[in-house]
Design a binder for this molecule. Structure first.
Ligand code: SIN
Length: 323
């Protein structure tokens, strides 16, 4: 029997944003309202059958400013609550801008077989028609669904897995997509309609190791430095050379098309790889993934977007460090 407690961790974002003008959906300040007050503003959350909500403010930031230290704190708080038998699920309120990165980070490091549901809003809490309250309700509905598990994102009535979810639009309320994979399911009037299965990776081999590795990180400068570079018309190698000189341990390149790289940038990336820097190719294309070819000089990101490939590489480098 699942526990009946749902822990709601607040991290900020537009869902907690306020504007001086109620009609203003862009000129607001993110991360102003505490997570307890966000829940208070949704009457239906005050009377959940057989379920209690507990809040904790883990951070209060615009998610454009997300960093590894906040991710670590969030993961440790998730792990703490997930091992509590009374806890059924975790809901995380988050900004939309880096939600997919946080979801992927948590997916990579947490092992519990319970739901961890990230939710968000495209309009501030002071909007005339805010989307946050409905998204919160839907996130809690997912958290209460029998059999739900894994790190998922819930917004605009859709449930997305951590691997596929990507913010696709800077303004629309339905800003997220899982590309070719499509959403895992929908939340309709409080009921989940699942299209496939829940994410099943949470017992993956990497997880325990990655969690121990992030537990050991003692300060912000201890994260392996992994940078993103983009291949584009007129790209040059100087940026890569400078990053290597400056101590980058990994580089993810957002390539053109099927993993191709401007020749000048490629030469610098090959120099970096020869010097011991890990280099991974993802693609600038928002759909699909790089199809590797025999003899590729630079490895591909196994279908991860550039920002998620950066996280995977950072965790891999962290796991390789001696304890
Ligand atoms: C943020 O990502 O924190 C601000 C933007 C948003 O939540 O939509």
């Amino acid at each position: 029997m699942s526990g009946q407690k749902i822990v709601v961790l607040g991290t900020g974002g537009t869902i907690a944003g306020t504007s001086a003008l109620a009609g203003d959906n862009i000129g607001y300040t993110a991360a102003q309202v505490g997570v307890a007050d966000l829940l208070q503003a949704v009457p239906a959350l005050q009377t959940l059958p057989g379920c209690t909500l507990h809040t904790e403010q883990v951070a209060q930031i615009d998610s454009k400013d997300m960093d590894e230290s906040v991710w670590r704190t969030l993961a440790l708080r998730c792990a703490h609550h997930l091992q509590d038998a009374d806890v059924r699920a975790i809901v995380i309120t988050h900004g939309t801008d880096t939600l997919e990165e946080t979801a992927w980070f948590l997916h990579q490091v947490l092992t519990a077989d319970k739901p961890v549901v990230l939710t968000c809003a495209m309009r501030p809490a002071t909007s005339l028609t805010p989307d946050g309250p409905q998204n919160l309700l839907d996130a809690v509905a997912v958290a209460m669904t029998a059999g739900a598990r894994g790190v998922v994102a819930v917004a605009a009535g859709e449930i997305h897995g951590a691997r596929g979810v990507q913010k696709m639009h800077p303004y629309r309320v339905n800003a997220f997509s899982s590309g070719d994979a499509g959403p895992l399911g929908f939340v309709e009037e409080g009921t989940v309609r699942l299209l496939g299965g829940w994410p099943s990776n949470m017992a993956q081999a990497l997880s325990g190791k990655a969690f121990q590795a992030i537990e050991r990180v003692a300060g912000p400068d201890q994260w392996p430095r992994v940078e993103l570079v983009v291949s584009h018309a007129g790209a040059r190698g100087a940026l890569v050379d400078a990053l290597v000189r400056d101590g980058a341990k990994g580089l993810v390149v957002a390539c053109t098309g099927n993993g191709t790289v401007h020749h000048a940038l490629e030469a610098a990336l090959l120099r970096a790889q020869a010097a011991g820097v890990r280099v991974v190719r993802s693609t600038r294309c928002p759909l699909g993934q790089v199809l590797p070819k025999p003899g590729d000089a630079l490895p591909d990101a196994a279908g991860l977007s550039p920002v998620k490939a950066r996280i995977a590489l950072m965790l891999d480098l962290l796991c390789q460090r001696a304890p």
